[in-house]
Each structure stands twice: as structure tokens, then as C-alpha cells.
Design a protein around this ligand. Structure first.
Ligand code: IPM
Ligand code: MG
Length: 360
């Protein structure tokens, strides 16, 4: 039976980068006879404009039956004035929650040819390969109560709640231990257990899991220290597991170490491995429509989609190799150029062409 891939281009540079990733998926579909069918739907600001909701019913129906989903990005200044509950970002949070995509994998790997584009010195980042496992459907992003209200004394007050149950911590912890087992065998759990009760429980559950995974060495780190260590000596990390908000912040830091946030793919999985795949970068409205966006993070996200949700590891390997070879040739989008004169700066579509040429 044909497998369904749902494309959600979204806002800003989303449509441009998804277009290039789609070419790569079409290539994989033909080359490995994967029998994929593609359908497109709206999410985020574009969905607000066309369907009146950031996660419209039509999109939900397609998402629930999809075998894998590729998302561009959501959000932009056009919708900044909307109340919190109606913003494009809520569409992204809603689809994550609706499909129970609690496990967000954000690998930060340095392509050797991009060492000069990192914000850190090459000797600190060469060989960098960190996997951030971020809990994605709980914590302060979803905890109740939340909102802005007016107190009896007339002063307004904003509230969010950081909340994790033992089960939620255990299921993300287990996947992180399993990921560490398949890699370097080291797991660092990041929390703020010196202050926040919710993360005291987080630490306790991680410790209790470690008995099941005697081949993985577990360490703990406070989030402030983890942020510092990531820019001080990032190669000390193998796998990091953390909650929703800390994972959001640390994954942007890790992204920059690899040269550009324009290079980083991500996978958000549920217990059935149906997944949503998206670049870690946002919608970059300042360069939208200018053919300047880096499509490589989305192309690498398509590779993750093939690997994790469509059992097409060969195709994923080919695509990752094609991206490496394009970088090796000195081809760059503006965000990953480092000014060396053997480099050639390409636009979004030409970078897609280069990846396609490397695949043929
Ligand atoms: C991310 C983004 C999202 C998040 C936003 C757009 C809601 O920053 O995927 O990291 O905070 O999770
Ligand atoms: Mg983020």
C-alpha cells in the first residue's frame, strides 16, 4: 500500500525550503521504489489566512493518517499582533500535541567543511556530534493554569505552569537512553533540580531508569551550566535529554556551533514512530521569497523522515552523503559562507539543484 507523506510548507521561507526537499523525496521515491504519495496542507499563519485556524480540521485529518510529515516553518510579523491563543505557533504546538509527538530528536553534527562557519574556533567543534532529545508535548509549553489575567487589585498577571508526570519523564528518558546506547553510550540529563521541584522529579526518574541501562553512563547537569558547557567544550556531550523549554534553548545554541541554524534537521516522534520532521530554524520572514534561504536543514529533515518513518535508510544515507559532497565542493548558501575564496554562494533553488546533481 502506498505510504502517505504530508507536506506542510507553512510560512516565511517554509514553502521555498520544502520545495527543494520535495525534489529529494521524489528522487528517493523513484530510486528506491518507495511507493510514496504526497499531499499538501496548511499549518500556521497561512492556515489562519486561508482556513481561519492555525491547525485546521482538514490538516488534522490528513496528519492523523499520514505515515510521515515534513514541515517548513510557521510564524511571521504579519500575525504578531494576534492574541497568544491564535498565533501561528499554536498550530505547531497543536499538531505536536494532537499526534503525541513527545520525542524531539535534534542532532547537531558538524560537517567537516563547515568548521570555519561555526561561531566557535574550529579546534573546539571539529568532530562535534551531539544529539539533543527534547521532550516536546509537556512541561511549561502545555502546563495549566496558563494565561494573562487581571488581579483583584487591577494589576495584570501572566502565568505558566511547568508540569511533568513521572510517566512523561519516563517515556522520554527511555528513548534517550536507547539513543545513547546506539551512539557513544553517554547520556547527560539537563535540569534545574537545585530550584525547580518539577525537575527534581525529572532527575529522580532519570536515575531510576539508569538501572535498566547499565551500559549507558548517566550524568546530570543544571541547565545554566549546560548552556555554558555547550559553548565552552561542546564535544564533551554525546546525548542530552531535557524538558521542553530547556531543549528549545539548548538546541538553538547547539545549532549555531555547527555553523548555522540553517543546517539542522529535527524529528518529532510518537510511540508509533509516525513523525513530523522539520528544520530547527524558523520562518525567517526577513529573507522569505528572496531565494536566499538554506534548504539543507529541510533536505536533511527529509532524510530523517525516510530513515525513521519510512524505513528507507539507504535513501537517507544517499541524501546525507549528497549534502556532504555539495559542501565539500565549496557550495554554500549565504548563512554558511565563511568568506574563503574557494566558495561559491548559491540561492535556495541552486542549492537544491546541487544536491540533486550530487544524487544522480
Ligand atoms: C522550535 C520553535 C518552536 C518551539 C516555536 C516556533 C513554537 O522555536 O521548534 O524550537 O518553541 O518549540
Ligand atoms: Mg526553538
Amino acid at each position: 500500500m502506498s505510504r502517505r507523506v504530508l507536506l506542510l510548507p507553512g510560512d516565511g521561507i517554509g514553502p521555498e525550503v520544502v520545495r527543494e526537499a520535495r525534489r529529494v523525496l521524489d528522487w528517493a521515491n523513484a530510486r528506491y521504489v518507495l511507493d510514496l504519495s504526497f499531499v499538501e496542507a496548511n499549518l500556521g499563519g497561512v492556515a489562519i489566512d486561508r482556513d481561519g485556524a492555525a491547525y485546521p480540521d482538514a490538516t488534522r485529518e490528513l496528519a492523523r493518517v499520514a505515515d510521515g510529515i515534513l514541515l517548513g516553518a510557521v510564524g511571521g510579523p504579519k500575525w504578531d499582533g494576534l492574541p497568544a491563543a491564535d498565533r501561528p505557533e499554536r498550530g505547531l504546538l497543536a499538531i505536536r500535541s494532537d499526534l503525541d509527538l513527545f520525542c524531539n530528536l535534534r542532532p547537531a553534527m558538524l560537517f567537516p567543511d563547515l568548521a570555519a562557519a561555526s561561531s566557535l574556533r574550529a579546534e573546539l567543534v571539529s568532530g562535534l556530534d551531539v544529539l539533543i532529545v527534547r521532550e516536546l508535548t509537556g512541561g511549561i509549553y502545555f502546563g495549566e493554569p496558563r494565561g494573562i489575567s487581571v488581579r483583584p487589585d487591577g494589576v495584570r498577571e501572566g502565568v505558566n505552569t511547568d508540569r511533568y508526570s513521572e510517566e512523561e519523564i519516563r517515556r522520554i528518558g527511555r528513548l534517550a537512553f536507547e539513543a545513547a546506547r546506539k551512539r557513544g553510550g553517554r547520556l547527560c540529563s539537563v535540569d534545574k533540580a537545585n530550584v525547580l521541584e518539577v525537575t527534581m522529579l525529572w532527575r529522580e526518574v532519570m536515575d531510576s531508569l539508569s538501572a535498566e541501562f547499565s551500559d549507558v553512563s548517566l550524568s546530570h547537569m543544571y541547565v545554566d551550566n549546560a548552556a555554558m558547557q555547550l559553548v565552552r567544550e561542546p564535544r564533551q556531550f554525546d546525548v542530552i535529554v531535557t524538558g521542553n523549554l530547556f531543549g528549545d534553548i539548548l538546541s538553538d545554541i547547539a545549532a549555531m556551533l555547527t555553523g548555522s541554524i540553517g543546517m539542522l534537521p529535527s524529528a518529532s516522534l510518537n510511540a508509533d514512530s509516525c513523525g513530523l520532521y522539520e528544520p530547527v530554524h524558523g520562518s525567517a520572514p526577513d529573507i522569505a521569497g528572496e531565494d536566499r534561504a538554506n534548504p539543507l536543514a529541510t533536505i536533511l529533515s527529509a532524510a530523517m523522515l525516510l530513515r525513521y518513518s519510512l524505513s528507507a535508510a539507504n535513501a537517507a544515507d544517499d541524501i546525507e552523503r549528497a549534502v556532504s559532497s555539495v559542501l565539500e565542493k565549496g557550495l554554500r548558501t549565504g548563512d554558511i559562507a565563511s568568506g574563503e575564496n574557494d566558495q561559491q554562494i548559491l540561492g535556495t533553488e541552486a542549492m537544491g539543484d546541487a544536491v540533486m546533481a550530487a544524487l544522480q
